[in-house]
Design a protein around this ligand. Structure first.
Ligand SMILES: NC(=O)c1ccc[n+]([C@@H]2O[C@H](COP(=O)([O-])OP(=O)(O)OC[C@H]3O[C@@H](n4cnc5c(N)ncnc54)[C@H](OP(=O)(O)O)[C@@H]3O)[C@@H](O)[C@H]2O)c1
Length: 441
């Protein structure tokens, strides 16, 4: 075990995968720059990973390596532990054990924080230890720091955006090339944007995890991912993207949270946005988050939401912040800013989608026979649902012809009831496609 220089802060890394390797690389390649900015070295001293045999493209000979994460936490030179294992099982054990051992913790693990964040923040507070998790939401973009510190004087009302680069890449490719979902997903996997099992990305779970974290920081509320109504992009077809465009919209997977007198909204779903809006123009694998505050107005955060180097850059920035605090020591006040920017979190129920009001895009596969449109308009009209625009297309799809319409503002519960009535009429061949429209985002 090599000695650590007296003024250095020692780092232990658990999980040497994509982000772990990127983190080690930045700590090595930027060691001098980091030392200059901190005024002392930040030194990677110990690594744990299950597989230490694979070539990661970095020289591990100078580090103590093992397959047991407990070796990292037990190493007296390690002051800061980086958890980059992922998942909610062993990662939770690692983080809790590190905090209880008095080590500062940095993680990029949004699933862990969404499911066990409150236990982890409480442990950190009880132990008087800081935890950094900037990389868990929108990769390199410092939006959590902005919420926690830059905007801390304001009452925030909305936070929303594109927080999953894989989905944004797939939807952007479908929009640009008119290709089907499956081939765009395959390309995302080939390029390394999507994992071999991309379920958590494409079904919206990953975005819901990030939204739960954003809600904690923006509104000081405690919500779990199960409270967030979540729909993914798997059912978005090239025809919906094409029809949306004819109405002047692009489809994006959005994570949306709003706080008002009526309560808290938190939802993840594919959304039609006007083509000229900032989020609609966020293409490829990029992320963009907008925050709206009573006094600060809108602020926008844009950049790479994933990938080894951008995410690792946020991990190392957290390490530097925690190293600075450690140098000040407990006498200087211990934890400078609580993880969610406030020591007291509120529990606030999330409003049901059915109770929200909005505009909708509906696509029906209607039988090609007289009276169908009149039936459709009647079922909607009976519940005071106004049709803002309608397209009946010539392009036949087997037995059916597509009918696409946009509604005026309506409560989702009323729309769902009208759709149930439409289904009973027997004019429609399949479940209609319902997508929400947001004009003001
Ligand atoms: N990839 C991204 O772009 C990105 C962006 C933002 C946040 N994140 C988050 O960053 C974290 C790491 O993601 P990643 O993409 O780097 O994952 P990854 O490539 O799968 O790396 C995880 C590493 O941890 C190792 N590991 C698993 N269990 C372990 C244990 N018990 N002890 C020690 N090592 C263990 C794995 O070894 P084996 O391979 O041998 O199992 C693997 O090398 C996740 O929480 C992820 O959500 C990732």
């Amino acid at each position: 075990m090599s000695e650590l220089p007296g003024d250095a802060v020692g780092v232990g890394l658990v999980g040497l995968g994509t982000i772990g390797t990127g983190t080690a690389r930045i700590l090595l390649e930027h060691a001098e720059l980091i030392r200059e900015r901190l005024g002392h070295p930040l030194e990677l001293v110990r690594i744990a990973d299950l597989d230490l045999g694979s070539d990661r493209g970095i020289d591990l000979s100078g580090f103590d390596c093992s397959s047991d994460w407990r070796d990292v936490i037990g190493d007296p030179r390690v002051g800061l532990v980086v958890e980059l294992v992922g998942g909610t099982g062993v990662a939770r054990e690692i983080v809790i054990a590190a905090l209880e051992a008095g080590k500062g913790v940095v993680t990029a693990n949004k699933a862990l924080l969404a499911h066990h964040g409150f236990e982890i923040y409480e442990t950190a507070a009880r132990c008087g230890i800081e935890i950094g998790f900037e990389a868990s939401v929108a990769g390199t973009i410092p939006v959590l720091r902005a919420l926690r510190e830059g905007l801390c004087a304001d009452r925030l009302e909305q936070v929303f955006g594109i927080v999953n680069g894989t989905c944004n890449y797939i939807l952007s490719e479908m929009d640009e090339h008119g290709e089907p979902y499956e081939s765009c997903l395959k390309r995302a996997q080939d390029l390394g944007y999507a994992e071999a099992d991309p379920s958590f990305d494409v079904d919206g779970t990953d975005s819901a995890h990030k939204l739960a974290i954003l809600c904690g920081l923006a509104f000081g509320v405690q919500i779990g991912p199960e409270e967030i109504a979540t729909e993914g992009i798997e059912k978005i077809s090239a025809v919906d993207i094409d029809y949306a465009r004819r109405f002047g919209f692009r489809i994006k997977l959005l994570a949306i949270a709003k706080r008002s007198e009526a309560g808290l909204e938190a939802r993840v779903h594919p959304t039609l946005l006007p083509c000229e809006s900032m989020l609609a123009r966020t293409g490829g694998a990029m992320n963009a988050v907008e925050v709206r505050g009573q006094k600060s107005g809108p602020t926008v955060y844009y950049g790479a939401g994933a990938g080894a180097d951008p995410t690792a850059s946020a991990v190392v920035a957290d390490l530097m912040e925690l190293a600075r605090s450690r140098k000040l020591g407990p006498a200087a006040g211990g934890v400078r800013v609580p993880p969610l920017g406030t020591p007291t979190l509120r529990a606030l129920p999330v409003r049901r989608l059915e109770d929200l009001e909005g505009e909708f895009y509906l696509r029906f596969d209607a039988l090609d026979r007289p009276g169908v449109l009149a039936h459709l308009a009647g079922a909607l009209g009976d519940r005071d649902i106004g049709i803002a625009s309608l397209l009946q297309l010539e392009e036949r799809r087997s037995e059916a012809v597509p009918v696409v319409l946009l509604t005026h503002r309506v409560k989702e519960a009323a729309l769902r009831a009208a759709l149930a009535e439409v289904a009973r009429l027997g004019d429609i061949c399949s479940t209609p496609r319902l997508l929400r429209i947001e004009r003001e985002l």
